[in-house]
Design a binder for this molecule. Structure first.
Ligand code: SF4
Ligand code: SF4
Ligand code: F3S
Length: 267
């Protein structure tokens, strides 16, 4: 394919663990390699690229000028603001400055993961670095939220593929999330739902109900208040997901999940 025809994607990394990249590269439908090599022109991603250093930063600046108004800006990670943003430095500059510079000429922005979408675990109380979401510092741009810690691989590739194939962003809900992936609660598609409806609950890990696969609501499952695709798509090519592994859902795609009591009781 002629790479000039493919959508240019610039992918930035802020305050984060890089788990979202790890998830993305494990997409099997489509394969991440197909997306990156044939469907988009991923011109800058400082964790996936072979290039590094000053020449790579120069390439970024060339893109910002040459592709102004055309490129997709994918952002992974939150944005620390305290002490002039110095808690996250990229290429010798505070991440918040890099983000603002790159956002200016973006056609639209994708917030990949709960760090970018909501601030993430590093924003947990008392949020010592004052880390916020991308949309807290960028205004006047269309922003797609793709939350999850990390998001499901096929959700990540699905969002960018929608744009690559149709030339437009997918339909979004009121929070800015793609409806096709965030239209249902985990509870709506859960295979343990019949146990919830029958009042059969796990009361303690390893009790008889746990062994029988009953509902994990009383163990703190956040499925009833969490919007994501884990129940239908599952993880690693449909293999499993938290509820199937017996732990319940911690609501990793929801704003502030890191501060809710159920999450802390598990740690
Ligand atoms: Fe890591 Fe979760 Fe943040 Fe993704 S959203 S970078 S997996 S902490
Ligand atoms: Fe709902 Fe969680 Fe029970 Fe599944 S395990 S039915 S998501 S409360
Ligand atoms: Fe996250 Fe809950 Fe899915 S914890 S991975 S949204 S089942």
């Amino acid at each position: 394919a002629d790479t000039k025809e493919l959508p240019t994607v610039i992918w930035l990394h802020g305050h984060e663990c890089t788990g979202c990249d790890e998830s993305f590269i494990r997409s099997t439908s489509p394969f991440a390699s197909d997306v990156v090599l044939n469907m988009i022109a991923l011109e800058y991603d400082d964790t996936l690229a072979a290039a590094a250093g000053a020449p790579f930063e120069a390439h970024l600046h060339k893109l910002l000028t040459e592709k102004k108004g055309q490129y997709v800006l994918a952002v992974e990670g939150g944005v620390p603001l305290d002490d002039n943003g110095t808690y996250c430095m990229v290429g010798g500059r505070p991440f918040v400055d890099v983000l603002k510079e790159c956002a200016e000429g973006a056609a639209f922005i994708i917030e990949y993961g709960s760090c970018a979408a909501w601030g993430g675990v590093q924003a947990a109380k008392p949020n010592p670095t004052n880390t916020v979401s991308v949309s807290s510092v960028i205004s006047g741009k269309k922003i797609i939220k793709v939350p999850g810690c990390p998001p499901i691989p096929e959700v990540m590739t699905g969002v960018i593929m929608h744009y690559a194939l149709f030339g437009e962003i997918p339909p979004l809900d009121v929070e800015g999330r793609p409806k096709q992936f965030y239209g249902n609660r985990i509870h709506d598609t859960c295979y343990r739902r019949p146990f919830f409806d029958s009042g059969l609950f796990v009361e303690k890990f390893d009790d008889e109900g746990a062994k029988a696969g009953w509902c994990l609501y009383k163990m703190g499952c956040r499925g009833p208040v969490t919007y994501n695709s884990c129940g239908n798509l599952r993880w690693w090519n449909g293999l499993s997901y938290p509820i199937q592994s017996g732990s319940g859902c911690i609501g990793c795609s929801e704003k502030g999940f890191w501060d809710n009591d159920n999450f802390h009781q598990r740690l």
